[in-house]
Design a protein around this ligand. Sequence first.
Ligand code: GTP
Length: 244
Amino acid sequence: MQNLRQNTRKNRILVKFSGEALSGKNIFGIEIDILRYIAEEIKLLVDNDIEVCIVIGGGNIIRGVSAAEGGIIRRTSGDYMGMLATVINAVAMQEALEHFGVDVRVQSAIEIQEICETYIYRRAIRHIQKGRVVIFAAGTGNPFFTTDTAATLRAIEINADVILKATKVDGVYNKDPNKFDDAIRLDKLSYDQALKDNIKVMDDTAIALAKDNNLPIIVCNMFKPRNLLDIIKYQKGVYSIVKN
Ligand code: GTP
């Protein structure tokens, strides 16, 4: 098989962060300061010669599961609504990155051509090789899959070294560290452990996919400035990692 990365020794990563992160102090929408902050963190990676792709959730706008709770909206439609939400976030992030001079393309798993490109694997690879950040929007394009699964799928497709799951905390805990003082951080765990102990680093489908393809998952705090760069470039601040 052709090695699409034969001419590059650069780190290639996929950063996944939740839509909720974008809403900041609010429970809905996009807070511009957060958008700016994340764009600056991503720019730091790009400026350090790291190839970056991004997947953003859509929970700051709508979540399929919650939309379906009232019994009116069917789960399938709710999930498609959620996919559209991720496109909104991706376009916002594209604007923010461009504002800081980062070359960026959005590719959607659902055709929505007036707004962004459609996901084409080979084209995504070319964008990355040209130093562009690629934001993958609309999840996998299918209902009943999460954006964590979409992120894992795309990370595997583009042959990323690692997926960085950027959260509000610095790793994986046995319980919510924001609620429980005695929460214990789990520094290294295997995919099987994460699945067996029901440790929701990501949903089971995403973890199983990562396991089958040996893709390491690093859980990190996205709100610590320079953390993403420290982790990838200097291997500093890697607390929780899921791998074999
Ligand atoms: P190269 O082929 O490497 O030059 O990449 P490029 O992305 O600059 O080329 P292209 O001419 O395909 O795209 C120019 C601009 O149009 C970029 O901002 C793309 O994201 C955007 N673009 C390309 N295809 C589509 C599409 O189907 N829909 C939308 N909305 N924008 C597109």
